[in-house]
Design a protein around this ligand. Structure first.
Ligand SMILES: Nc1ncnc2c1ncn2[C@@H]1O[C@H](COP(=O)(O)OP(=O)(O)OP(=O)(O)O)[C@@H](O)[C@H]1O
Length: 328
């Protein structure tokens, strides 16, 4: 029998989220499965529109109607989040599960001072006095590189720059040493030095506190330097998933291969990737079968069927024609 310690912190299986659109439905998240374990960092990568954010919102139970999760399970520490009511979910969010959004305004209350928000976030979940909570808040701001944290605690969110607000949001997410943090491109607005400082902080938190981290990004260089595993997403589906070492050194999916060859960190967002012809198609205009097939030089008739996510060469892969050349 498996003990609690052997269980992944988060096991997502067959997750599918759909939205009604004129003439049918679209699935921004389509049969997505992955696991993240204690202390592990998973990078979730893909071009803009591939469904990374929607995967995060789905896990957090924050898909707005008329969107809905139509299939799958989201097992957090052994229990399926889909079976919890809104109240139970809310209790987990902000305590054992934290999310850092692309837009820090989503996480911060504009009418409350930073100290009020941080002290509340601490005292709501543990028996700590206000004075001790304030000291923890001050330390948390200092850890994300905010100068004069004592003074900054007295400020309101609008008195910070966008990048500073993002750092405050990250500090708040880390306050209660949660079991799971999902970050949606939180550092793209920050300069490179601050970004690597924050990445280092988050990595240390994961290792020390056993926090599992899902890091959503379009930047493969961040994943390469910082994550343990990487799941590559394309048009709602995970196409390749394994250790950073295997997937980034020896990509087997033609999409991963193209993504690495075109070094997206050097390309502006939303621009076509030089190594991959075309752009991610609109969800309402996806080809049937493998959704990458009309951009893929290796596609054949068989790709009109949906490739299953199967183990190949030590990683999960969804492709009928993997790139197998060594050193590729
Ligand atoms: N309310 C909605 N109705 C229909 N489709 C939607 C809705 N919200 C999002 N989508 C679609 O879901 C897809 C996935 O979007 P998502 O924001 O998850 O992608 P992403 O990979 O996070 O991109 P980015 O890096 O730009 O944030 C997009 O094609 C988007 O148009």
């Amino acid at each position: 029998m498996k003990s609690q310690a052997d269980l992944p912190t988060l096991a997502v299986s067959g997750l599918t989220t759909e939205f009604p659109v004129a003439g049918g439905i679209v699935r921004p998240v389509d049969d997505v499965s992955f696991e993240v374990r204690r202390g592990q960092i998973m990078g979730l990568v893909g071009e803009s529109g591939s469904g990374k954010s929607m995967t995060a919102w789905s896990i957090m139970g924050m898909v707005d109607a008329p969107g809905r999760i139509s299939a799958g399970s989201i097992v957090f520490q052994g229990g399926d989040l889909r079976t919890l009511d809104e109240r139970a979910l809310r209790a987990l969010r902000g305590d054992r599960i934290a999310m850092i959004f692309q837009d820090p305004a989503t996480s911060l209350n504009p009418v409350l001072r930073i100290d009020t928000q941080m002290i509340e976030a601490i005292t709501a979940h543990r028996p700590v006095g206000r004075r001790a909570a304030r000291e923890m808040a001050r330390e948390a701001l200092a850890r994300v590189g905010i100068a004069s944290p004592e003074e900054r605690l007295l400020a309101y969110p609008h008195q910070f720059s966008g990048g500073m607000r993002q750092r405050v949001a990250i500090a708040i997410a880390m306050l209660n040493r949660p079991d799971l943090i999902i970050c949606d491109e939180p550092t793209t607005a920050l300069d490179v030095t601050i970004q690597s400082q924050i990445l280092g902080q988050m990595q240390a938190l994961c290792r020390e506190a056993g926090t599992a981290l899902v890091w959503i990004t379009h930047d493969l260089s961040v994943v390469a330097g910082f994550a343990d595993t990487v799941a590559v997403m394309y048009a709602g589906r995970i196409v390749e998933n394994g250790t950073v070492e295997r997937v980034l050194r020896h990509p087997r999916h033609p999409y991963t291969h193209g993504l690495i060859a075109s070094a997206p960190s050097r390309n502006p967002r939303g621009q076509p990737l030089p190594q991959i012809p075309g752009m991610v198609p609109a969800l309402s205009a996806l080809p049937d079968g493998c959704t990458f097939r009309n951009r893929c030089a290796r596609a054949t008739e068989v790709c009109r069927r949906v490739p299953p996510l199967e183990m190949l060469d030590g990683r999960q892969l969804r492709c009928f024609h993997p790139v197998m050349e060594e050193g590729a």
